[in-house]
Design a protein around this ligand. Structure first.
Ligand code: GLA
Length: 413
């Protein structure tokens, strides 16, 4: 299917809003009560941020760099991977240059006890051996799936590798998760850069991508930007798995999630969006009010059966291209909270259905279990290049793609 011409492309700035699709611009069908509730939630988050900010938000984060290991696999063999540590009064964050991965976030619970809330591997060999989970990685060029690995730009068909049930997942066989990014220290964080050559994994154009991780008080902010020298498609996201009870501490099924979305994108049997954007009302996909993740995950619902749990894209309320709340998760036991805000139009809520019980020993030495982490991958919708009605993922020469996501950590007593 050809891409719609004259379709608004990536904006030059995240503050511009003309990039969103008609469906998203329609007035939200969300009830007044829910809107009020979400507004209240936003206010609570804002107050929490101010409180946490006063603990450390005005002081610059300390940033240090150390060698993480030397690669032993593939074209990068013998290359050094570094780990950057970002530290302030509230959090300690680790990011590695292999896949620009978020490796760890040490966050306090309601009693001030810190735990790493991000799933990861203890060493580089672990990351190199694992080609399934995408732990913490920046996935690209195209996060999530492209149907049959095919799309068309300006009448020309492109074929990208099919690596998942006959579909292309997360950029193909050698996606951005498996590249060593160059890195430099910036105020409060680190900037990672990757130049993906023209034809890389079948995608057109030399793409230069920058990902900046910065830490300010309780907020871990990720800024993405990219340019190309030929028209191409792009969907960058971060694939971190969180467990607010601490990585390796059982499943996330008791954690409670709210998702700021009236609609979602149901999928076919191979997890490709059907193109419909139905309401979540009356389904296990309705997280407009908080629900425990495990409450309805085994419900008699075709979509849940297809994906083995939640592994879907929610259509976020609010304009594409401006910051809005995507989701909030609370772990009732530890009191830790995670609030995700983004300029992206969608979020993939994935409940770690493909993690195999006991197959991975995580960062802290504990074996991970199925559904031992959840992902909130802020993104454009899966398979957008084949759905002209979805917000466009086309990037043209001369344009710069900008996208921002903030993971904000807090506590509720
Ligand atoms: C995404 C996909 C899932 C799965 C994971 C990686 O979230 O939607 O189906 O492939 O990545 O395991």
């Amino acid at each position: 299917m050809a891409l719609q011409k004259n379709y608004p492309k990536y904006t030059a700035s995240v503050t511009q809003q003309h990039w969103c699709h008609g469906i998203l611009q329609r007035r939200s069908t969300w009830g007044r009560k829910e809107r009020k509730r979400m507004k209240m939630l936003g206010m609570v988050v804002a107050i929490g941020r101010v409180a946490m900010g006063s603990l450390g938000g005005n002081v610059q984060a300390e940033v240090t760099k150390a060698p993480f290991g030397t690669t032993t696999v593939g074209e990068h063999t013998g290359k050094q991977v570094d780990v950057y540590t970002l530290k302030d009064a509230a959090l300690e964050v680790k990011v590695i240059t292999l896949g620009a991965r978020l490796m760890a976030v040490n966050a306090p619970d309601k009693n001030g006890k810190k735990a790493d809330v991000v799933l990861g591997h203890p060493d580089l060999a672990g990351y190199e051996a694992d080609r399934d989970t995408y732990f913490g990685a920046v996935v690209g060029r195209y996060g999530n799936r492209i149907a049959k690995g095919q799309f068309t730009i300006d009448g020309k068909q492109y074929d990208v590798p099919v690596n998942n049930n006959g579909q292309s997942l997360h950029g193909g066989l050698e996606g951005f998760d498996n590249r060593i990014w160059s890195a430099k220290q910036i105020p409060d964080g680190v900037e990672m850069t990757l130049v993906s050559p023209d034809g890389d994994q079948g995608y057109p154009g030399t793409l230069t991508a920058h990902v900046r991780y910065t830490l300010k008080g309780p907020d871990l902010r990720i800024d993405y930007s990219a340019t190309t020298d030929k028209a191409t498609v792009l969907n960058l996201t971060n694939h971190a798995y969180f467990n607010l009870a601490g990585e390796g501490n059982g499943t996330i099924l008791d954690e409670k999630i709210t998702i700021n979305a009236d609609r979602y994108t149901p999928v076919s049997s191979v997890l490709i969006p059907t193109g419909d954007l139905p309401s979540v009302a009356g389904t296990p996909f309705d997280f407009r009010t908080p629900h425990v993740i495990g409450e309805r995950i085994e419900a008699e619902n075709e979509q849940l059966k297809i994906a083995g749990g939640y592994d879907h894209n929610w259509v976020l309320n609010g304009p594409n291209g401006t910051m809005k709340m995507a989701a909030k998760v609370v772990d009732p036991k530890s009191g830790r909270t995670l609030t995700v805000s983004t300029t992206e139009p969608g979020v993939q809520f994935y409940t770690g259905n493909f993690i195999k019980d006991g197959a991975i020993t995580g960062t802290g030495g504990q074996a991970y279990v199925r559904r031992g982490g959840f992902c909130l991958e802020t993104q454009h919708y899966p398979d957008s290049p084949n759905h002209p009605a979805f917000p466009s993922t086309l990037l043209q020469p001369g344009q710069t793609m900008h996208s921002t996501t903030v993971f904000s950590f807090g506590v509720e007593k």
